[in-house]
Design a protein. Structure first.
Length: 562
């Protein structure tokens, strides 16, 4: 795109929002010469937007370099760089203060539970994966029957919840028939074999649309499977649906409307893994996969009353998944129990040779370990700040239940920062630059997106890099704060660093899991978050499992119409 066209497109972002004259005093881009070269005045105005000031002599010295950069920008924009082109700078969440990561694999799940097929198979719709797997393994229920049951529920309840973008019926039935054939032949692949699941619709599945929740992409089909789809297919799982995501992975609003909570369809299911949360909670899938950049697994999991895990950054390949933040995005399971999350994580984790941020660190899980051996901290200050009375009461009861496990809770404070959102928006601006400059962003429902993507162009590269250097310091502080504990118990996820550790742990790459911890007087779920050490998800899941077994909140399900 030539400079004039770029200027028109760029100003169009803001003119529609009434912001052009505010953000571009004196029409910054008009300060260039017709041939697209910079002037003293242009440099002066640009410096103001960056919070800088240069003398006349400094501006004169800068002119040649600025004009060379303008030429370089045109050269870069002449190359096609769609969202799926990765950044060759790989974020590593480890700092020296963190210490060594686990090097030996140890995976000891619970013994298979007793499971008997109910007379009405739909009565098993809310069962955990561990129990569904036993029905399939013992051939009391075929994968085909289980798949047909979940497909029927998806069709029945989608009008209420608005959580499905595409049913993958043909693929699902093909995979289910193959699973039944393999199991009958004695080739049982493990607890996910034959289990129906749903994928957040920023995850590519060959032959089906992947819409990113955005109207401009509603019919887009790519001939590729995401790495997570490949891994789950290899484990024998059955993909039954592409589940809704907020537009470009923001919130619960997508081009088809709002995704609703099954506990109260009058409210949204929160976070961009909205469909995955709603479908899991409503018993429409055996489990789901979501993604999280700044809380998009944790928030809908709390709203919908399920267990949702944001693994350590670099646990799961993001190949074939829309990039929201190159150094922040994570893929994780959304299930009914903590052990289900451990089983799914084991299947999807590990390097694939395409997402080079993924570390080769084994997933460890010991369901039989005594939880009282864990060193557990809690964010006393954040619990004390909780303003919602029902959440506060349920938090207090949850801490009492954890203490009843024989665990002593140690106060731990993490640094407060929401710089992750600044970093995310700059990375989003790069990932969607070609999309925005082409004018296709005009089809977005969430009009703020257009400004958000454009504002990223005004962030100096130096400031983005400085933010990441500050990030390193914060990573060191968090590592030191967590060095004396295995698990940290904390409050529900929010976007405010004064009320939640969600922003700081999004930034540092630490794993976290949302766990239901009670209900409000209206019958809607509340929840808390457990944070683990890097690559040690098994310890936080162990505490979550022990807590779930004491409280049994996962046994309650929303009262959907018959």
């Amino acid at each position: 795109m030539d400079c004039g066209a770029h200027r028109r497109a760029f100003l169009a972002y803001f003119s529609g929002l009434g912001l052009a004259s505010t953000l571009f005093p004196g029409a910054l881009w008009a300060k260039m010469q017709p041939e697209g070269t910079a002037t003293h005045e242009g440099i002066r105005e640009a410096a103001k937007l960056a919070g800088l000031e240069f003398s006349e002599s400094e501006q004169e010295a800068m002119l040649e370099g600025v004009n060379k950069n303008l030429a370089r920008y045109r050269e870069i924009r002449g190359s096609s760089l769609p969202n799926e082109v990765p950044l060759p700078l790989y974020f590593n969440p480890r700092v020296p203060e963190e210490g060594p990561v686990p090097s030996e694999a140890s995976f000891r799940p619970s013994p298979p539970p007793p499971a008997e097929r109910p007379a009405n198979l739909e009565d098993a719709a809310f069962w955990p994966v561990t129990h569904l797997a036993e029905l399939v393994r013992t051939r009391q229920v075929s994968s085909v029957a289980l798949t047909e049951m979940y497909l029927a529920r998806l069709e029945k309840y989608n009008p209420l919840l608005n959580c499905v973008v595409t049913l993958t019926k043909d693929l699902a039935m093909s995979q289910a028939r193959r699973a039944d054939y393999e199991i009958a032949a004695g080739r049982y692949l493990g607890p996910l074999h034959g289990i129906p699941w749903g994928a957040k619709d920023i995850i590519f599945a060959r032959g089906y649309p992947t819409t990113w929740g955005a109207e401009p992409f509603r019919d887009r089909i790519l001939d590729v499977d995401a790495a997570v789809v490949e891994r789950l297919s290899a484990a024998g799982a059955v993909l039954v649906a592409k589940l809704t995501t907020g537009e470009l992975a923001f919130g619960d609003q997508w081009f088809g409307g709002r995704t609703n909570s099954p506990w109260n369809p009058g409210e949204g299911s929160s976070g961009s893994s909205a469909g995955s949360g709603a479908a899991s909670a409503a018993g429409l899938v055996g489990f789901a996969i979501g993604t999280d950049t700044g809380g998009s697994i944790l928030a809908p999991s709390v709203r919908c009353g399920i267990v949702g895990m944001r693994p350590t950054f670099g646990r799961v390949s993001r190949y074939g998944v829309m990039a929201a933040g190159f150094s922040l995005d994570r893929i994780g399971p959304m299930c009914r129990t903590a052990e289900d999350c451990a089983l799914v994580l084991r299947a999807i984790a590990g390097p694939d040779g395409r997402d080079l941020s993924v570390a080769d660190v084994p997933v460890s899980w010991d369901a039989g370990r005594d939880p009282s051996t864990l060193r557990v901290g809690y964010t006393k200050e954040l619990f004390d700040r909780e303003m919602d009375s029902e959440s506060r009461a349920n938090d207090s009861a949850a801490l009492s239940e954890i203490r009843a496990l024989g665990i002593e809770l140690t106060p731990v404070a993490l640094p407060e920062s929401d710089i992750n959102f600044f970093i995310e928006y700059v990375e989003r601006g790069a990932g969607f630059d070609e999309f925005a400059r082409s004018g296709r962003d005009e089809g977005l429902v969430r009009t703020r997106h257009r400004a958000e993507l454009a504002v990223a162009h005004l962030v100096p590269a130096v400031e983005y890099l400085q933010a990441n250097r500050l990030r390193y310091r914060l990573m060191q502080e968090v590592a030191r704060a967590l060095s004396e504990v295995d698990v940290l118990v904390t409050t529900r996820p929010t976007l405010d660093p004064k009320t939640s550790v969600n922003p700081i742990t999004s930034l540092t790459g630490h794993p976290a899991v949302a766990v239901p911890n009670g209900f409000t007087a209206k019958g809607t779920p509340t929840g808390m978050v457990l944070v683990g050490r890097l690559y040690r998800e098994g310890e936080m899941l162990l505490l979550a499992k022990a807590y779930q077994e004491r409280t049994r909140f996962y046994m309650r399900s929303p009262a959907l119409p018959v």
